[in-house]
Design a binder for this molecule. Sequence first.
Ligand SMILES: Cc1ncc(COP(=O)(O)O)c(C=O)c1O
Length: 346
Amino acid sequence: MSYFRDNIEAMAAYVPGEQPASRERVIKLNTNENPYPPSPAVARRLREFSFDALRVYPDPRAGVFVQAVSEVLGIPRDRIQAGNGSDNLLVMIARAAAGPGRRVAYPGPTFPFYETQALVEAAEIVEVPFEADYAFPLQDLLAARAAVTFVANPNSPTGTTASLEQLETLARGLQGVGLLVIDEAYVDFAEATAIELPARYENVVVLRTLSKGYSLAGLRLGFAVAQPGVLRELWKTKEIYNVSSLTEQLGAAAVRDQDSMRANAAKIRQSRAKLAADLQALGWSVWPSQANFILARPPRGNAREVYEALKAGGILVRYFQHTDLADKLRITIGTDEQNAELLKRI
Ligand SMILES: Cc1ncc(COP(=O)(O)O)c(C=O)c1O
């Protein structure tokens, strides 16, 4: 006798990156957080936030945040849905569009939460391997003809990207077949965005988060951009109050301060280039990244050993057991001082 669905019992839980209890002496380069503080406008809004506002329920549409996104990105409000992190939007999409007999596809290796959600919904999973050096497997994704295709762009943990032409070809090919979810969690560090695609393709959803570029991973806020008909279906699967009043207000302050986000992202891009060059000078292989991390292979491929040694010395990076990744590490870009410390210890 089991109290649970077979697929839930059979699946493994998502394993988040380590969050050490004490951050004090740990250099944390394992979960792609931003090393710089959020916008000072967020701190101001936090100080002004009304204590009494906590007594009542938040706006189920997170209207103040949605309005800010709408003005900053020039997208109508009825094409924006807020979520408790982009995780929450991924769950809503999977609930609404995946399920038994409804296929979920993604290139692999990628963000493992796509698989988690497909397993929760008992969907059929097609993981399409990237081509050599993580080139985007466009034809195989088209051929999978999935009800939901997830593409993290830039991809994690590789940092590599699909071109806008490839994404548009995929969107066109999947019209009438399934949703194309373009997860732009790392777009603030990248050269291009697909944010214009949902206006032209009714099957495209673009996801954004405030966790990376805006340094607000602890706040839990993201949003989806899609046509109103798509968002109407996602709405049905949403928790009633998925974004808290405080989150809504602080998120609005953050997106209205684009200068602060852009300045931090520019610093991170510079540090990314320097860290990649420094690692290469030490004999590491580094894949070209457009995200706030790099995938890198130590000269002897002994990634696990390097990970353990760094951890023992108080530096956390990410090691994955996935066969293709077992000889590589994903290293979040820290401040130049943190990156220098990492280089000293490898
Ligand atoms: C590709 C990708 N999408 C989504 C997320 C989750 O972001 P959020 O903090 O908005 O839930 C992550 C987190 O690391 C990610 O790597």
